[in-house]
Design a protein around this ligand. Structure first.
Ligand code: ADP
Ligand code: MG
Length: 253
């Protein structure tokens, strides 16, 4: 569905992404693992132009959108890309003075009639298990509930692809499971997702493909099973050892 090639990104002369090639199929779930500072967040942000790569290309394989980052990107292409992808942040990034329902409706009202937007927002909040919390403000919700609002908000724009940057790492351990369960449900529904995560058990169970990034490069990628059971590269073996696989977070799947 989406393919990027040779993505380069530098911050103040510091090369953070060193030529990333990546593709994802419709309905595929890809987990990105890697040590802190390896460029995972920057890569996700490049995919919806929260960061602008200096070099590389991005294209939707149906031919509907092609961007070449070595040239100036038009505003309309930038908006087109943003409309097709949606980000879920580690720190939820909800509007504090809006209710859960209003947060989910945020991105929709411009393009839809309000009553229709509200109906859809209610459906999404029900899907993530927050039917009875819709009128509450973020400060009245637990971290896990806030993140589920964040997920509902990401779905609200009906993106082609959802980008999740460590969606559970700000949560207390007992709240991780409810968010992972929600993500598992989305995977089963066929949403296309890229998830940066440290939840190895989740990556193993839910991702179709797993990628290890280190020092701005893709070190290894494989089916989840092969990646964990038969890692090819020394760097991957080292990473998995350090992560003390299996790291089991208890959650129902
Ligand atoms: P990860 O998500 O894998 O931990 P990041 O993509 O956040 O890695 O960061 C990769 C590198 O880029 C780090 O060295 C980080 O300090 C640097 N970096 C990220 N964002 C910026 C920024 N806005 N300005 C300068 N350096 C940055
Ligand atoms: Mg990060």
């Amino acid at each position: 569905m989406l393919e990027v090639n040779n993505i380069h990104k530098t911050f103040n002369g510091n090369s953070v992404l060193k030529g990333i090639d990546f593709h994802i199929e419709k309905g595929e779930v890809v987990a990105i693992l890697g040590p802190s500072g390896s460029g995972k967040t920057t890569f996700l942000r490049c995919l919806n132009l929260l960061e602008r790569p200096e070099l590389g290309t991005l294209r939707f394989c149906d031919g509907s959108l092609t961007l070449d980052f070595s040239h100036k990107i038009s505003k309309s292409d930038e908006l087109a890309l943003r409309r097709r992808s949606s980000m879920v942040f580690q720190q939820y990034n909800l509007f504090p003075h809006r209710t859960a329902l209003e947060n989910v409706m945020e991105g929709m009202v411009v393009v839809q009639k309000k009553s229709k937007a509200e109906q859809r927002a209610v459906e999404l909040l029900t899907k993530v298990g927050l039917k009875d919390k819709m009128q509450l403000y973020p400060s009245q919700l637990s971290g896990g509930q806030q993140q589920r609002v964040g997920i509902a908000r990401a779905l609200a724009v009906q993106p082609d692809i959802i980008l999740l940057d460590e969606p559970t790492s700000a949560l207390d351990p007992e709240l991780v499971g409810e968010v992972l369960q929600t993500l598992k449900l989305l995977a089963q529904e066929g949403w296309t997702m890229i998830i940066v995560t440290h939840e190895m058990q989740f990556a193993r169970d839910v991702a179709d493909r797993v990628i290890l990034m280190a020092d701005g490069n893709v070190v290894e990628q494989n089916s989840a099973r092969e990646f964990f059971e038969n890692p090819q590269h020394e760097r991957t073996k080292q990473f998995l050892l350090q992560a003390k696989i299996p790291v089991c977070v208890e959650y129902e799947i």
